[in-house]
Design a protein around this ligand. Structure first.
Ligand code: DER
Length: 219
């Protein structure tokens, strides 16, 4: 499909940011899967990877790329990951693939976040895509009530348990004018593990596939 071609082109363009002899931070999702396949062509040049999900870990290992525990990794010069939405400031909504907690941890550690996606992910105002919030299971109803007070419409992503054993609420009908403020408010609700607003720490670079080739943005 056209969008697969655009995702693949963006993923391959991200190889430019991979430095020899380093540990590469690897995200989760269909675009990242194209990146992992491209990274395999450089597996003898890099030290290995740190991974944001069991899904990505399995794909990396299938290519023979060593996967390190983040605690043993040392510096992570670059983190390559997708987004569900990204705005003109590099702020993102993530979590469509339920990997937001480990993604946000590696994004915090990494020196540079390179977002790979097709251009449809770039938006003016964040919030059309339902905002994922990872919660401790016992707190689900309480957190949902608190989110309603913030003006959101939380929906339990039933049947999904994250790699950390938690549940996800997807928050609909948000129009996020102040991403960093909402990120803080959500973080302060007891029972919230992670919210999918990557605003305080957004992307540094975005490589977005389009019919006219890969467009590069710097934030
Ligand atoms: O869940 C996530 O945060 C993923 O990165 C997601 O946002 C992007 O997935 P895609 O590349 O399959 O669109």
């Amino acid at each position: 499909a056209a969008s697969d071609e655009m995702k693949k082109a963006a993923a391959e363009a991200a190889l430019e940011y991979v430095e020899n002899g380093t540990i590469v931070g690897v995200g989760t999702g269909s675009t990242v899967n194209f990146f992992i396949d491209a990274l395999a062509t450089k597996k003898d040049d890099i030290e290995g990877a740190v991974s944001s999900s069991e899904e990505s870990t399995a794909r990396l290992k299938a290519h023979g790329i060593p996967v390190f525990d983040l605690n043993a990794a040392g510096p992570v010069p670059v983190y390559i990951d997708g987004a569900d939405e990204i705005n003109e400031h590099g702020q993102m909504i993530k979590g469509g693939g339920a990997a937001l907690t480990r993604e946000k941890i590696i994004a915090a550690v990494a020196e540079k976040y390179v977002c790979i996606a097709d251009q449809s992910k770039m938006v003016g105002i964040l919030g059309k895509f339902p905002l994922p919030v990872e919660v401790i299971p016992m707190a689900r109803s309480y957190v949902a009530r608190e989110i309603v007070k913030l003006g959101g419409d939380p929906e339990w992503r039933q049947g999904v348990t994250t790699d950390n054993g938690n549940w996800i609420l997807d928050v609909h009908n948000l129009e996020i004018m102040k991403p960093m403020e909402l990120e803080d408010k959500l973080n302060n609700i007891v029972g919230v593990v992670t919210n999918g607003l990557f605003a305080a720490r957004g992307a540094n670079i975005a490589l977005l596939g389009s019919p006219d080739g890969v467009k590069k943005y710097e934030f």
